[in-house]
Design a protein around this ligand. Structure first.
Ligand SMILES: Cc1ncc(COP(=O)(O)O)c(C=O)c1O
Length: 308
């Protein structure tokens, strides 16, 4: 937290922090995995690059270099002795004044949790139930949606809780044009006749790092990936639908608003890509080694002492 290792219970922020009131922060979600030979953080560099881009969209100058944040992410994992973990770097405007035009200090914190499973293995095998939300996705013309900014997630939260309350697992948001934008915290792909389809920033989506990985993996397998607008009609016609994100990884959708997708089972291309993604993240595919930031597993050194 701001250059120091701080014990979990002492990681406090003042009530007057600008970000708490106005959502003026940006963040990342990153995962580390166990490999045969230590642990690996997946696409760490790309996540840190996106964090800096998100901060720049909101004129927040991060008072550290990218390398310092990479080192700090590794330090948090190692000092806690984590192997499989979910890592959350957060850059936010701290306390100064609550004026909307205040120049608050830009603060940086990195949290991590061990062994987080966003989707249980059983649910992954079954596939998820997706529902088109009554809430539209915030438009590119309202906020820069290519930034992963805290305040923007009030939209994702509303849509997700509404979907869950109606018995679904995930919400799918349409954009202002009534086309598909993305799921609350994941990008969307469809498969039809062995061609993959996904959209891009012109549909008001966050450009996911997993989305990019899946496009590269699909191309390497010889599949064509077409990037363009996706409509509700395209979803109804799809042989397969899946979501991508750091948290959900490659998640098959087998039910859309109560209707079976494909035969109601995860599709073969979805499973093929999901399987390769799993092998890449655990260091079993040498062609994608450059996506891994490998580290040895070490015993926790404890987080009681807030020293450097
Ligand atoms: C709105 C939104 N879309 C898509 C994604 C997927 O992005 P990534 O694959 O980089 O995790 C996320 C999660 O970060 C997200 O919050």
């Amino acid at each position: 937290m701001n250059g120091r290792y701080v014990a979990w219970g002492e990681s406090n922020v003042h009530l007057s922090a600008h970000a708490l009131h106005y959502g003026t922060g940006v963040y990342e979600g990153i995962r580390s995995y166990r490999t045969a030979d230590g642990l690996a953080i997946l696409r760490l560099k790309e996540h840190i690059d996106r964090l800096f881009n998100s901060a720049a969209c909101y004129d927040m100058a991060i008072p550290y270099t990218k390398q310092q944040l990479i080192d700090a992410v590794c330090g948090v994992i190692q000092r806690n002795g984590f192997v499989e973990s979910y890592i959350r770097p957060l850059v936010y405007m701290g306390s100064e004044s609550l004026g909307i035009r205040a120049q608050c200090p830009v603060e940086v914190a990195i949290m991590a949790w061990p062994n987080i499973l966003h989707v249980s293995p059983e649910n992954r095998m079954k596939g998820a139930k997706l529902s088109i939300s009554r809430y539209r996705k915030i438009d590119n013309s309202m906020v820069p949606v290519s930034a992963k900014a805290c305040g923007q997630y009030i939209n994702a939260r509303l849509a997700t809780m509404d979907a869950i309350n109606r018995g679904y697992d995930e919400a799918l948001l349409l954009n202002q044009q009534g086309e598909i934008a993305e799921a609350a915290v994941a990008n969307l792909f469809t498969v039809r006749k062995d061609v993959l389809y996904t959209n891009d920033q012109s549909s008001s989506i966050l450009m996911g790092i997993t989305r990019d990985a899946v496009i590269q993996i699909a191309n390497s397998l010889g599949y064509k990936v077409q990037v363009g607008t996706i409509t509700v009609h395209d979803l109804e016609e799809a042989d397969e639908i899946f979501l991508t994100g750091t948290a959900c990884e490659v998640l098959s959708i087998t039910n859309l608003d109560g209707h079976k997708v494909g035969g109601g089972q995860p599709g073969t291309i979805t499973m093929q890509i999901s399987d390769i993604y799993d092998r890449i993240k655990t260091g079993q595919v040498s062609a994608w080694e450059h996506w891994l930031h490998r580290m040895p597993i070490i015993q926790a050194t404890g987080d009681k002492a807030a020293n450097h």
